[in-house]
Design a protein around this ligand. Sequence first.
Ligand code: ACO
Length: 448
Amino acid sequence: VKDVGILAMDIYFPPTCVQQEALEAHDGASKGKYTIGLGQECMAFCTEVEDVISMSLTVVTSLLEKYQIDPKQIGRLEVGSETVIDKSKSIKTWIMQIFEESGNTDVEGVDSSNACYGGTAALFNCVNWVESSSWDGRYGLVVCTDSAVYAEGPARPTGGAAAIAMLIGPNAPISFESKFRGTHMTHVYDFYKPNLASEYPVVDGKLSQTCYLMALDSCYGRFCSKFEKFEGKQFSISDADYFVFHSPYNKLVQKSFARLYFNDFLRNSSVAEKDAREKLEQFSNLTGDESYQSRELEKVSQQVSKPLYDAKVQPSTLLPKQIGNMYTASIYAAFASVIHNKYSTLMGQRIVMFSYGSGLSSTMFSFKLQDGQHPFNLSNIASILNVSEKLEKRHVISPESFVETLKLMEHRYGAKDFETSKDTSLLSTGTFYLVNVDSMYRRYYAKK
Ligand code: ACO
């Protein structure tokens, strides 16, 4: 099999969102902290009728319908999520309802979880399956679904929610350059969910930022040396057309690209021009630790890399800025933004991806883009993603009712014996929603 990768994609996010500018004022944060400081515009959230299960049912149904895929043609279904509902019962088993209906229960795969990295683990599993001797010729399907909510405090504006589905197979318009993967995994307590009675994580914000940047450096170094080994030449940021990062909030993405630029400078690549080299020279003797703490380095490297950021990163930032952190779906929503913005010019181009999940797991890998055959071609994927219309159709909710919703959800999390309002007025036709949870904690959904 050749060119294994992503054949088709669809995205679903809740139609309810809160504006960061309004939230900033509501929270009493200084003006610009969430919008400029974190770089975020809007944040999607699930109301009491939606959750990670309903979103994944909605997005999988939509993908199968829009690309006209017979559910019998799926041989592997992998879910990436860090939102725990039934604990031992995977979200994958929920999605099996769609396949059972057509008599297909012969579907391998379960859930993968490690913070925001689970979707990437799920994607690798599907790609590896298609490339393996146990592949039976059918498609793989990857679902990333998460609702990111934080307790009141500085992390709250970095929430978000979405589900993404990706169809995997050979001859894909978005194929893996599997040889160039660079991974970095270690043990660290930067973000975790030890309190099973709460949906909120325990998070060490500052530590998680440093861990993210250290993981980025390490993955980039490994990615570069693998590239050099197989291609016989040095890799630098000029060898990729776009860089897509896991995006907890946009400011960290800005810092990440600047960090890659600084790496290229230290490796003496030709990316940094004379002027930039002179400005960065003063930082070349910092130890690793010092370099993560240096505000001055952050500022200067962001400034000198800005034109390249605008060309190679900016096109990926639309959905993460508008929706917020979607945990496992975040990096793939950023990737979907590139397809949305650039689908007509992507042929033959390379996109480098950086996936990070606290705890921590991280990988840098790359895609090669080609035209593909209908329905699996880039322009069709862009039109099915339908990003602009989905964003335009959203409803802006006040910070007060956003906070009220989260309070209600705190009580509903892990609860039994309740009915939701069944208010689907804001949902579009075809959206799944939660109806009730019975005395045995069994959940019931319906489709609008
Ligand atoms: N105008 C413009 N910028 C402002 C303003 C203002 N009025 N006020 C603050 N800022 C800037 C700050 O200077 C800072 O930017 P900088 O880092 O470039 O200096 C930024 O806004 C954030 O301000 P901080 O004071 O650093 O924010 P705080 O510590 O309150 O919270 C944090 C930020 C740690 C990211 C928090 O939101 C958090 O814990 N989030 C969850 C953890 C997370 O997402 N980690 C990322 C990787 S792990 C993962 O994906 C979950």
